[in-house]
Design a protein around this ligand. Structure first.
Ligand code: PLP
Length: 280
């Protein structure tokens, strides 16, 4: 496998990461995960825009968006992977450990590609989730490398035999540890508004576009844990999990536990958008 680190494409086993990379000490950087379906990027522009925006939110300025696209395009070409995901991160640079920003350090880019199949089983059968307190910082809209709370909350789900932890602030549901969350109640699709309390997922935005295009009733309006638990349908979204139904919340069935009608409709439209990639 060919990957990229700090200016060079190399075989994976020939890459050595500098231990003074600030990503390593502080999680001082931002990242993206982009899906490749049948050799084509999905929503590349949106991911690259968010990467540059996340970087500027943490004062890593002047990133060359075209260069970032060139790097991942080259990765896609050098690795013969038809269906996969590309991880790309930008750190503040390499400098001996010191909290304050290093003067003159150049951002360091790391990128690699993995093979990845679509999560068909979970998209059909749904997943179980648990809920927990959201104690993250107040810049959740930044796709930061600093994922300690997310990691610990995902582990909580794993230990409970569940798939994801949905987070709430004082009973108001924000998002999952690595996903956005939607409910359907009385025919209305709802998700937390895109503010500093959530990452505005690209998949979330696709779902909202689908809702708009399909004439579904929807609102970017937060909901409570009680509303989550009494919803007719619940699903989570992300680049790798796509649109995944939730069958149980904290051990209680959502509806009758099977995939809901609106979830199914959105999945079909999402699928359509993936397939359209190769028709143009
Ligand atoms: N929320 C969090 C905290 C995430 O880490 C992610 C993705 O990894 C998402 C939401 C979903 O975002 P996207 O649909 O852009 O992958």
């Amino acid at each position: 496998k060919i990957s990229y680190y700090n200016g060079e494409f190399k075989r994976d086993n020939e890459i050595s990461v500098d231990y003074n990379d600030r990503a390593f000490y502080f999680g001082d950087g931002v990242y993206e995960v982009v899906r490749v379906y049948d050799n084509e990027f999905f929503t590349l522009e949106e991911h690259m825009d968010r990467l540059v925006r996340s970087a500027s939110e943490i004062e890593i300025n002047g990133l060359d968006r075209e260069k970032l696209i060139d790097i991942i395009t080259e990765l896609k070409e050098q690795n013969s992977i038809k269906n996969g995901s590309i991880y790309i991160q930008v750190s503040r640079g390499i400098n001996p450990r010191n909290h304050a920003y290093p003067a003159g350090a150049e951002p360091v880019i790391l990128a690699y590609m993995n093979e990845m199949a679509r999560p068909s089983h979970q998209m059909d059968n749904g997943v179980e989730v648990i809920t927990a307190n959201d104690y993250r910082w107040l810049k959740c809209h930044v796709k930061s490398l600093n994922l300690l709370a997310n990691v610990m909350e995902k582990e909580r789900a794993v230990r409970a035999g569940a798939h994801e932890t949905l987070l709430h602030r004082d009973g108001v549901v924000t998002e999952g540890s690595s996903t956005n969350v939607f409910i359907v109640s009385d025919g209305v699709l709802r998700t937390h508004p895109a503010n500093h309390l959530i990452l505005n997922g690209i998949t979330r935005q696709e779902v909202l576009k689908i809702a708009e295009a399909q004439g579904l009733e929807y609102a970017e309006k937060a909901f409570t844990l009680e509303e989550l638990k009494s919803a007719d349908e619940v699903f989570i979204t992300s680049t790798t999990q796509e649109v995944t139904p939730v069958s149980h919340v904290d051990g209680e069935k959502v509806g009758d536990g099977a995939k809901g009608r609106i979830t199914q409709k959105i999945q079909e439209e999402f699928d359509q958008r993936i397939h359209e990639l190769n028709l143009v």
